[in-house]
Design a protein around this ligand. Sequence first.
Ligand code: FES
Length: 109
Amino acid sequence: MKTFILGHSKEEVLRLVPENSIRLVQLGEEKICLTRKGETVYGFEAFCPHRRVSLAQGFVTPFREVVCPLHQYRFDIKTGSVRLGDCRDLQVFSTELTDVGLKILLPDQ
Ligand code: FES
């Protein structure tokens, strides 16, 4: 497992990841997407499991789903499970908002 810290404070992370937006971030060699509901930040893989389109171009619904821009498949941003569509689940990453930034855990490749 690799640990990354984004930003230097909770306030900075809240600014970097506006609520309901999707931000693409580079962590080492890996790109992931982040979105936020309140003070909970969700991390998930950057490309749709269906046809590898960038999910940063998609949007987040009020029902805690990310919607892919190409075929509108929907994934739960907390668990990654497919809510609408026919492909594997989305990979999600563990995050923790702390006073010194956002801690993100990525599995080893
Ligand atoms: S590429 Fe994402 S739903 Fe088809």
